[in-house]
Design a protein. Structure first.
Length: 144
């Protein structure tokens, strides 16, 4: 009887720890997405590089070329992209309107976030947990 009781207590404790870890991961993922989004609006190099694994991340988007035709464009050097965003001389500022539409965590190490920015774009962000930190490793977007 005591053995069963101890097993139930152990399982409950483990379950509560797992739930706390998932909640902490969700908060960290949301913080990384917020650093990216608000960092872009503030032209904050610190926030942008904190959000992305810049040496390894990529970006792909559906954009319009000079003739107005939609094309798929990719950026393999996110260091250049983030530095360009951070050098914006007239940033729109923080507290922009955007929201996480969905957030899914897989295997406690991989997350996919769908994000909406007002009426500008939709992002699909892939984040990974490496060295106990969540970083954006891929960004795909379409303009609205």
């Amino acid at each position: 009887m005591l053995k069963s009781f101890l097993i139930i207590i152990g399982i409950t404790f483990f379950s509560l720890n797992a739930q706390a870890d998932k909640a902490a991961d969700k908060v960290a993922i949301e913080a990384a997405v917020n650093d990216y989004f608000q960092g872009q609006g503030e032209a904050s190099k610190d926030r942008l590089f904190h959000a992305f694994s810049a040496d390894h991340a990529t970006m792909v988007g559906v954009v319009k070329d000079d003739s107005g035709k939609e094309i798929i464009k990719s950026w393999k050097d996110m260091n250049s992209v983030l530095n360009k965003w951070a050098s914006n001389k007239k940033p729109v500022g923080g507290n922009r309107d955007g929201e996480i539409l969905s957030l899914n965590i897989v295997d406690d190490r991989l997350a996919v976030v769908l994000f909406r920015s007002t009426n500008r774009f939709y992002d699909a962000l892939t984040l990974t947990k490496f060295n106990n930190e969540w970083k954006i490793i891929a960004k795909a977007y379409v303009l609205q």
